[in-house]
Design a binder for this molecule. Structure first.
Ligand code: ZN
Ligand code: ZN
Length: 190
């Protein structure tokens, strides 16, 4: 446990477990336009695509704020080398399967998906949710496609570095801080 006090909301969080203030992160996601895109929206189903797709559950959509709060508190950040973006991954937010998968050419889902993914999770413009499979994700971590956050660059600090930054929220340099000194990275990727 390494308590960090958020520069924005003054809420405390555990810097060894959470790279970003969970309260501010959940609010930021919740306020993102197009967080739920049509392709993954249960309101648009059923329709048939010629490619596989996942949709989130109507329950997740109804409980979106609570789901995002749970994800921000428990989930983990990864750098996705294939897509060159930050993703945030949470297994079974609120204890539930967040989505289902629909095979190509079919209208109906045929399997449940147990992870909530937030793609481009550090972006106030592009962040969007979808559901995926935890076993596949674990395999992608082993394969080096998904790179977990490392430790803070400050000697002796065991906190997680923030996405796109070299240091934790506590040791962030001024140059790493966004407008208003928010706990958000000014630079994307690495
Ligand atoms: Zn905060
Ligand atoms: Zn640190």
């Amino acid at each position: 446990m390494s308590e960090i006090v958020c520069r924005v909301c003054a809420g405390p969080f555990d810097g060894a477990v959470q790279a970003w203030c969970p309260t501010c992160l959940a609010t930021r996601w919740f306020e993102t336009r197009n967080l739920i895109r049509a392709k993954h929206d249960p309101a648009v189903a059923p329709n048939t695509l010629d490619t596989y797709r996942s949709i989130i559950t109507p329950r997740l959509k109804a409980d979106l704020r609570e789901t995002l709060e749970d994800a921000a508190a428990r989930g983990s950040w990864f750098w996705d080398r294939d897509y060159g973006m930050w993703v945030h991954v949470t297994e079974r937010p609120l204890g539930r399967a967040p989505g289902v998968g629909i095979p190509a050419g079919r209208e109906d889902p045929d399997h449940a998906l147990d992870c909530l993914f937030i793609a481009e999770a550090d972006s106030t413009e592009e962040a969007h949710v979808f559901a995926a499979d935890s076993q596949r994700h674990a395999a992608q971590i082993r394969a080096g496609v998904f790179e977990p956050l490392g430790a803070c660059g400050q000697a002796g600090c065991e906190n997680l570095r923030r996405p796109g930054a070299t240091h934790c929220a506590s040791h962030a340099r001024e140059a790493d801080l966004g407008p208003e000194g928010a706990t958000e990275p000014a630079v994307r990727g690495r």
